[in-house]
Design a protein around this ligand. Sequence first.
Ligand SMILES: [Zn+2]
Length: 224
Amino acid sequence: MLGLFFPRLCLGCQQGLVPGEQHVCLHCLEGLHRPDLSSLTDNAVARKLWGRLPLNGAVCLWDFAAGSQVQRIIHQMKYNHHPKACRYLGRQLGRLCQSVSPGGAVPWDAVAFVPMHRRKYYQRGYNQAELLAQGVAETLGLPILQAVQKHLHTGSQTRLSRAARWRNVQAAFSLRPKAETLAGKRVLMVDDVLTTGATIEGAAKPLLQAGVHQIGIAVLASVV
Ligand SMILES: [Zn+2]
């Protein structure tokens, strides 16, 4: 009955969802452009981080372009209080990780996410990257790590140069005092949007210092 008064709309195209669809219609989920993922380690997203991380794979659901439906979906997810949509899209991202891994076996032991500074977390009420990671971990049957914290508030970085953004975020993340044992692990790091890769690189650094062997990346969208 509620659907009569509050029709469920796709976060992307705003069309009504049909039974079986959740948050994002199938047309948007499958039809919005995505990078070629025929290789886990040699694709447009992985190439952004070559030489910066011991990368063993990069997976991305959509290409990100300003003004696109992908941008609308991610904006809704982050700022319009859609925690369930975050987890749902995380499950879709997890399925994509499986489908592009050879034999369906992903090369990771655990899932981590780009943490948010406490101040921002209390403002928004949730960390979209953490909820995405929960969906990914649930689908892949992997544990989720809480090992990294963001101890510096970097604010909006959108107007900074690449060099300034890089400097800021490299110093912003650290290992939590009671982090899980990480030595030798292969960790899949999840975030919503990959721009230059500076944030994910900064968040992965404490993991690598704690002995993590390889890093994978799974993002909803990557700026082309
Ligand atoms: Zn749609």
